[in-house]
Design a protein around this ligand. Structure first.
Ligand code: AMP
Length: 125
Protein backbone atom coordinates (compact mmCIF):
# COMPACT_ATOMS: atom_id res chain seq x y z
CA UNK A 1 0.00 0.00 0.00
CA UNK A 2 1.30 3.46 -0.87
CA UNK A 3 2.10 5.86 1.95
CA UNK A 4 1.40 9.55 2.40
CA UNK A 5 4.81 11.27 2.30
CA UNK A 6 3.57 14.08 4.59
CA UNK A 7 2.92 11.78 7.56
CA UNK A 8 5.19 11.86 10.62
CA UNK A 9 8.01 9.31 10.77
CA UNK A 10 6.86 5.84 11.93
CA UNK A 11 9.70 4.09 13.75
CA UNK A 12 7.99 0.73 13.23
CA UNK A 13 8.56 0.80 9.45
CA UNK A 14 10.53 -2.11 8.01
CA UNK A 15 13.66 -0.10 7.21
CA UNK A 16 13.77 1.35 10.73
CA UNK A 17 13.70 -2.26 11.96
CA UNK A 18 16.54 -3.14 9.59
CA UNK A 19 18.60 -0.19 10.87
CA UNK A 20 18.03 -1.37 14.47
CA UNK A 21 19.07 -4.91 13.51
CA UNK A 22 15.63 -6.31 14.35
CA UNK A 23 15.21 -7.95 10.95
CA UNK A 24 17.97 -9.23 8.66
CA UNK A 25 19.20 -7.71 5.43
CA UNK A 26 21.80 -8.50 2.80
CA UNK A 27 24.14 -5.58 3.38
CA UNK A 28 26.17 -4.21 0.48
CA UNK A 29 27.69 -1.18 2.22
CA UNK A 30 27.44 0.71 5.49
CA UNK A 31 28.96 3.89 6.90
CA UNK A 32 27.99 6.58 9.41
CA UNK A 33 25.31 8.03 7.14
CA UNK A 34 23.91 5.23 5.00
CA UNK A 35 23.09 1.54 4.73
CA UNK A 36 22.83 -0.23 1.36
CA UNK A 37 21.25 -3.67 1.02
CA UNK A 38 19.73 -5.89 -1.63
CA UNK A 39 16.01 -5.43 -2.30
CA UNK A 40 14.02 -8.46 -1.15
CA UNK A 41 12.02 -8.49 -4.41
CA UNK A 42 14.52 -7.46 -7.10
CA UNK A 43 13.21 -5.77 -10.26
CA UNK A 44 16.57 -5.97 -12.09
CA UNK A 45 19.66 -8.21 -11.91
CA UNK A 46 21.10 -5.66 -9.48
CA UNK A 47 18.53 -3.96 -7.23
CA UNK A 48 20.01 -2.32 -4.17
CA UNK A 49 18.32 0.07 -1.75
CA UNK A 50 20.33 2.85 -0.12
CA UNK A 51 18.85 4.44 2.99
CA UNK A 52 20.01 7.22 5.28
CA UNK A 53 20.63 6.26 8.91
CA UNK A 54 18.53 9.19 10.13
CA UNK A 55 14.74 9.04 10.48
CA UNK A 56 13.40 10.60 7.29
CA UNK A 57 10.08 9.65 5.68
CA UNK A 58 11.01 10.48 2.10
CA UNK A 59 13.07 12.66 -0.21
CA UNK A 60 11.01 15.73 0.69
CA UNK A 61 11.57 15.23 4.42
CA UNK A 62 15.29 14.49 3.97
CA UNK A 63 15.98 17.43 1.67
CA UNK A 64 14.16 19.79 4.03
CA UNK A 65 15.41 18.59 7.44
CA UNK A 66 18.66 16.67 7.10
CA UNK A 67 21.94 18.36 7.98
CA UNK A 68 24.45 19.22 5.29
CA UNK A 69 26.68 16.42 6.63
CA UNK A 70 23.84 13.87 6.36
CA UNK A 71 22.98 14.96 2.82
CA UNK A 72 26.60 14.92 1.71
CA UNK A 73 27.21 11.57 3.37
CA UNK A 74 24.13 9.98 1.86
CA UNK A 75 24.73 11.24 -1.67
CA UNK A 76 28.36 10.14 -1.54
CA UNK A 77 27.31 6.72 -0.23
CA UNK A 78 24.89 6.20 -3.15
CA UNK A 79 27.66 7.05 -5.61
CA UNK A 80 30.19 4.87 -3.82
CA UNK A 81 27.90 1.83 -3.79
CA UNK A 82 27.40 2.06 -7.55
CA UNK A 83 31.10 2.69 -8.19
CA UNK A 84 32.24 -0.15 -5.93
CA UNK A 85 29.78 -2.52 -7.63
CA UNK A 86 31.32 -1.66 -11.01
CA UNK A 87 28.13 -0.09 -12.31
CA UNK A 88 29.37 3.24 -13.65
CA UNK A 89 30.58 2.00 -17.04
CA UNK A 90 27.58 -0.22 -17.85
CA UNK A 91 25.24 2.32 -16.29
CA UNK A 92 22.60 2.34 -13.61
CA UNK A 93 19.33 4.02 -12.64
CA UNK A 94 18.40 5.74 -9.38
CA UNK A 95 14.80 6.11 -8.23
CA UNK A 96 13.29 7.58 -5.08
CA UNK A 97 9.53 7.13 -4.85
CA UNK A 98 7.88 9.87 -2.83
CA UNK A 99 4.31 9.56 -1.65
CA UNK A 100 1.06 8.33 -3.08
CA UNK A 101 1.34 8.90 -6.84
CA UNK A 102 4.85 7.40 -6.88
CA UNK A 103 3.58 4.40 -4.90
CA UNK A 104 6.09 4.72 -2.07
CA UNK A 105 5.52 1.66 0.11
CA UNK A 106 8.08 2.03 2.91
CA UNK A 107 7.99 5.36 4.80
CA UNK A 108 11.76 5.66 5.30
CA UNK A 109 13.67 7.39 2.49
CA UNK A 110 15.27 4.89 0.14
CA UNK A 111 16.96 5.26 -3.21
CA UNK A 112 16.57 2.29 -5.52
CA UNK A 113 19.69 1.46 -7.54
CA UNK A 114 18.87 -0.66 -10.60
CA UNK A 115 21.46 -2.15 -12.95
CA UNK A 116 22.62 -5.28 -14.73
CA UNK A 117 20.70 -5.04 -18.00
CA UNK A 118 19.42 -2.38 -20.38
CA UNK A 119 16.68 -0.82 -18.26
CA UNK A 120 14.46 0.49 -21.03
CA UNK A 121 12.31 3.59 -20.87
CA UNK A 122 12.12 5.47 -17.61
CA UNK A 123 8.42 4.87 -17.02
CA UNK A 124 6.13 2.03 -18.11
CA UNK A 125 3.99 3.17 -21.04
P1 AMP B 1 8.99 1.69 -2.61
O1 AMP B 1 7.78 1.27 -3.38
O2 AMP B 1 9.84 2.67 -3.36
O3 AMP B 1 8.64 2.17 -1.22
O4 AMP B 1 9.89 0.40 -2.48
C1 AMP B 1 9.98 -0.39 -1.33
C2 AMP B 1 10.95 -1.50 -1.65
O5 AMP B 1 11.33 -2.13 -0.43
C3 AMP B 1 10.37 -2.61 -2.56
O6 AMP B 1 11.19 -2.72 -3.72
C4 AMP B 1 10.44 -3.85 -1.67
O7 AMP B 1 10.73 -5.03 -2.39
C5 AMP B 1 11.54 -3.49 -0.70
N1 AMP B 1 11.50 -4.17 0.59
C6 AMP B 1 10.45 -4.29 1.44
N2 AMP B 1 10.80 -4.97 2.54
C7 AMP B 1 12.11 -5.28 2.40
C8 AMP B 1 13.06 -5.98 3.21
N3 AMP B 1 12.73 -6.50 4.39
N4 AMP B 1 14.33 -6.11 2.74
C9 AMP B 1 14.68 -5.59 1.54
N5 AMP B 1 13.84 -4.91 0.74
C10 AMP B 1 12.56 -4.77 1.16
Amino acid sequence: MAVDATQPYDDQNVFAKILRGEIPNRTVYEDDFALAFHDINPQAPTHVLVIPKGSYVCWDDFSARASDAEITGFVRAVGKVARDMGLVAPGYRLLANTGLDAHQEVPHLHVHLFAGRPLGPMLAR
